[in-house]
Design a binder for this molecule. Sequence first.
Ligand code: ZN
Length: 198
Amino acid sequence: MDYYSNQINRLVTELSGLPGIGSKSAQRLAFHILNMPKADVERLSNSMTEARNTVRYCSECFTLTDEERCPICKNPKRDHRTIMVVENTRDQAAYEKTGKYEGVYHVLHGAISPMLGIGPADIRLKELLLRLQKDADEVIIATNSSLEGETTAMYISKLVKPTGIKVTRIASGVPVGGDLEYIDEVTLLRALEGRREL
Ligand code: ZN
């Protein structure tokens, strides 16, 4: 890419390092940015820097948040005895969007994948077990219906069952291999309502 000046090349290279952005999209975005008013570019870059600097893990559910405890964990109206286990913050947001789930969450930040070398210690499982030592009535496993999601669900169920806490798995009305965040709210609700005990 020697057709562009150094600064443009640098911008294109940075952008093409983002997921889903190929070299063509990176070039399109770069030229879009170069045509934006300077104030807008500054706002964009500030929002990235500030989000990166302030966003951290909730001390309770490990979702990404600006505060020590996220708004859901802080909310006394939520049912803190029902914990839904999700793979990531985007999946959690998908369930929140339904507006019907009243429990709290636990965000694993990944799923067990022997193929990718991701083991139980690489996701927030230890933290889940620690949480369960306090009061809990039900753990709803809402990992994706991919191989990794199912492996993770089995693993969690084996860990939690001996504690006597009810373990359920969301119904597999969710298409196999489908990422939860792309599934519409009605399907998600149906999957939640149709959950079965493991
Ligand atoms: Zn939280």
